[in-house]
Ligand binder design. Structure first.
Ligand SMILES: Cc1cc2nc3c(=O)[nH]c(=O)nc-3n(C[C@H](O)[C@H](O)[C@H](O)COP(=O)(O)OP(=O)(O)OC[C@H]3O[C@@H](n4cnc5c(N)ncnc54)[C@H](O)[C@@H]3O)c2cc1C
Length: 417
């Protein structure tokens, strides 16, 4: 048990997981979030809890591929051209990280984090009786071209080398696994190690459980100022008043770098906007989630319908919908899954979320060096849903002074300082 009080900023999956583990250790927790608690990036994502995703976004070849995509407004990747110092610095660091050596160093870190986090989800779901459709029969990668298939087969070998379940599939194998679904494909691969669920259902149930357990979650409360003196955070000022604690965790997703700037903690991070929408009654419901590889579209059978998610747009922290990008998702779905026609998408309600993306594809997790009671948990990019629980668990160990059961210098908050 601990007599500490901890203030957490951000009620996404990272903030809520941190609150959960701290509370279990007897810590008094207050979470503040500037939304009403019904939406953030942790609600509308594809819901994969995916240890197969061992390769970071910043990998060799991504720069030339990205430049090609930039020319096409419906492509999976886009950077809004703008003269912004933070973006330019991030781009330079991203380019430096896109080497085989850096990717090879990141793989074991992502392996440790993703596998542990998947186990933690299973524990939370069992202990708290959360029914969000958690399921682990794996993830399909559907490839149209031999080139994409070849790339995925390399990933299968890597994933298998870590003892995780993965295999290459022929077109006929996939047709047997998904007899109802027609895919326009060459073949694919299958990652049996991956799980998925309906994230918005999990988030709502998790919030309810945390509040019932006595955790103070203050929605519609915006952190405005962080007050510090002598290398320590003194209090935070919100639009609803001041809040004081012993430790402070900033888990504000893509908005974290701006909040930390005022206390001179520099974490290069760009918001990678993605879109999703759900077809409540799709023409065909796949049994398994799949990624339409060349289109970079995630399809997930969820509790309330079939969700499609995709695109990565570096355009700042606005949540406005760029219709061309959504059209790009629809086009790719029709292209890969010809059973879907234009009219199937006439009623969709588009959702946008911001993935917090670091230049090297690894999150920032831990205590800052500059302030002894300031901790950060963000930067998980495309793996934030997967990595929420392990991030909360590691931050909790750091706060209560337990020996961390995993650590890596590659996760340090001020590694770019
Ligand atoms: C289309 C799409 C698909 C994805 N699919 C997957 C997937 O399948 N698997 C996976 O692992 N990951 C996936 N992700 C990534 C994942 O959703 C994110 O990485 C993750 O949700 C980030 O969680 P978070 O808690 O860090 O941030 P968020 O969920 O963004 O939460 C941060 C919270 O902090 C609040 N906040 C910000 N500033 C302040 C302030 N000043 N005061 C108070 N509160 C503040 C925000 O409003 C927000 O509520 C996907 C993302 C997208 C966009």
């Amino acid at each position: 048990m601990s007599d500490k009080k901890v203030i957490i900023v951000g009620a996404g999956i990272v903030g809520l997981s941190t609150a959960y583990y701290l509370h279990k250790k007897g810590v008094e927790v207050t979470v503040v979030d500037n939304t009403d608690g019904s939406d953030n990036c942790s609600f509308g994502n594809a819901g994969y809890v995916a240890p197969s995703h061992l390769i970071t976004l910043s990998s060799p070849g991504i720069i030339s591929q990205g430049l090609k995509w930039m020319m096409n407004p419906e492509s999976p990747f886009y950077i809004k051209p703008r003269l912004n110092r933070d973006l330019m610095k991030w781009g330079w660091l991203f380019k430096k990280a896109a080497t085989q050596k850096r990717v090879d160093a990141a793989v074991p870190v992502l392996y440790e984090l993703t596998v542990r986090s998947q186990r933690l989800y299973e524990e939370i779901i069992a202990e708290e009786s959360i029914d969000a459709g958690y399921n682990k029969p794996g993830l399909l990668m559907i490839c149209k071209t031999q080139e994409a298939l070849h790339h995925e087969i390399e990933l299968v070998e890597l994933v298998k080398s870590y003892g995780l379940e993965a295999e290459t599939l022929s077109r006929e194998d996939i047709e047997q696994m998904e007899p109802e679904v027609q895919y326009d494909m060459t073949g694919g691969v299958f990652f049996g190690c991956d799980a998925w669920m309906t994230p918005n259902v999990f988030m709502k149930e998790f919030q309810t459980k945390l509040i019932a357990a006595g955790i103070d979650i203050q929605f519609n409360t915006n952190l405005q100022k962080i007050i510090h003196q002598n290398g320590s955070i003194d209090k935070i000022i919100t639009d609803k008043g001041e809040i004081q604690g012993d430790d402070y965790v900033i888990a504000a997703g893509s908005w974290t770098p701006n909040l930390l700037k005022q206390v001179k903690v520099d974490i290069p991070l760009q918001a990678g906007k993605g879109y999703s929408f759900v077809l409540p009654d799709p023409v065909v419901m796949p049994k398994l989630p799949s990624i339409l590889t060349e289109g970079k579209i995630a399809t997930t059978p969820m509790l309330h319908g079939l969700r499609f998610a995709g695109t990565m747009e570096l355009a700042g922290t606005q949540l406005n919908i760029n219709q061309r990008r959504v059209d790009g998702i629809i086009k790719a779905v029709k292209d890969f899954m010809p059973q879907f026609k234009e009219q199937d998408f006439s009623q969709i309600k588009e959702w946008a979320g911001l993935r917090p993306c670091t230049p090297d594809g690894l999150p920032y997790i831990g205590r800052t060096k500059r302030y002894k009671n300031l901790l950060v948990g963000t930067g998980h990019a495309m793996l934030g849903w997967t990595l929420g629980p392990i991030t909360g668990h590691l931050l909790t160990q750091e706060i209560i002074g337990d020996q961390p059961d995993y650590s890596s210098q590659l996760l340090e908050v001020e590694r770019y300082a």
